[in-house]
Design a binder for this molecule. Structure first.
Ligand SMILES: Nc1ncnc2c1ncn2[C@@H]1O[C@H](COP(=O)(O)OP(=O)(O)OP(=O)(O)O)[C@@H](O)[C@H]1O
Ligand SMILES: [Mg+2]
Length: 338
């Protein structure tokens, strides 16, 4: 029997599977499309994502996770199963799997996630908490008796944690992340410019025009939408300042959550973080100027991990190597099927 170890990051926005040395071998949006007439899944991942807002009535395009919580258990399970099967292909392999699940999921959802991996042929399933995986994927040595802090800003949640000796010492999670930023941007243009924009337009504006540290007033981008005054299609020039203003409250909620984690962290470990810095991971870490913003707020150097979107997936895979040493945040939840 060949051995295959897979790491799976089940995120609100993306599901990533890594193998080998933590290389991503599948990276798909967490979306699945279901035909209500035939009761069959017709697409998943990128193909289903492209159907959003464009599917006929009988096809439900479902995002089974919202704000770091599984909102559709059956579809989440099916999506995980399909992704694993896509990776395994026709090979006769029962992989060992480390899965990173959102921090807020319940025991029932946990069980469902594990069952879906087992139904796709997993031999053993381990669960790992997102911040532990994020730190491992960011290349941090979390086994030493030093405090390390990570802020993982995903699509649904921002998870903050301090680890030492392979375990989580203090943590917090807020539902302010990529999706909330998009909603705030949509609200900002509706309220201030009487312009209705779609979620994908907000996402594009966030990626192209965000700058949280010293945003410029110069109009550097253009967005399209519908005027709330005339009801007609309209275009609007936007600046870094617009996007920064739109999401500042969300960013400040994350800053407040980081503050509470500092307050719960023993002073020796706070000292370590002061010396070493705060690492940010997840897609939200790519927001321009966020590292500087956090550095400025706490007077502690904040830096963006290498390939922040892939950190958690990489970390899930790397966790195999250190699984005996990890404390909380890594548990074996299913027994071998063979
Ligand atoms: N360059 C960028 N600038 C700002 N945000 C970005 C950028 N690239 C991606 N994002 C955002 O990152 C988010 C996805 O990040 P990630 O894949 O880490 O989330 P996730 O793991 O699926 O979600 P969660 O961890 O909350 O369950 C999306 O909201 C996306 O808009
Ligand atoms: Mg994530």
């Amino acid at each position: 029997m060949s051995v295959l170890d897979l790491g799976i990051d089940l995120g609100t926005a993306n599901i990533i599977i890594s193998a080998g040395r933590g290389v991503a071998i599948l990276n798909e949006p967490t979306v699945i499309a279901f035909d209500k007439n035939t009761e069959r899944v017709v697409a998943f991942g990128r193909e289903a994502y492209n159907m959003i807002g464009r599917a006929p009535e009988h096809i439900a395009v479902i995002k089974p996770l919202k704000d770091g919580v599984i909102t559709n258990n059956d579809m989440a399970q099916e999506l995980i199963r399909l992704c694993i099967l896509k990776v395994i292909g026709k090979r006769l392999i029962n992989p060992r799997i480390v899965m990173c699940v959102p921090s807020n999921i319940t025991a029932v959802e946990r069980k469902a996630v594990v069952e879906s991996a087992v139904s796709a042929g997993a031999r053993t399933v381990y669960l790992i908490e997102e911040p532990v995986a994020a730190l491992l994927g960011a290349g941090e040595d979390i086994m030493k008796p030093f405090g390390r802090m990570v802020v993982d800003i995903g699509g649904g949640t921002s998870d903050i944690a301090v680890t030492s000796l392979g375990g989580i010492v203090a943590a917090n999670s807020v539902k302010k992340a990529g999706n909330a930023f998009n909603a705030s941007i949509q609200r900002y243009f509706a309220e201030n410019y009487k312009m209705l924009i779609g979620e994908r337009t907000a996402e594009d504006a966030k990626i192209s025009t965000a700058n949280l540290f010293w945003p410029s007033n110069e109009k550097t981008g253009v967005i399209s939408g519908r005027s709330l005054i005339t009801g007609m299609p309209a275009k609007l020039e936007i600046s870094e300042y617009d996007i920064c203003t739109a999401i500042t409250e969300d960013i400040d909620a994350i800053v407040a959550a980081i503050r509470t984690v500092f307050e719960k962290t023993p002073p020796e470990l706070v000292g370590d973080i002061f010396d070493h810095g705060i690492v940010i991971t997840g897609g939200g870490a790519l927001l321009r100027g966020l590292d500087m913003y956090i550095t400025h707020e706490f007077g502690v150097k904040c830096y963006v991990a290498n390939d922040p979107l892939g950190c958690v997936a990489r970390g899930t895979h790397l966790a195999f190597k250190v699984r005996d040493k990890l404390r909380n945040g890594f548990e074996k939840v299913s027994v071998s099927k063979i």
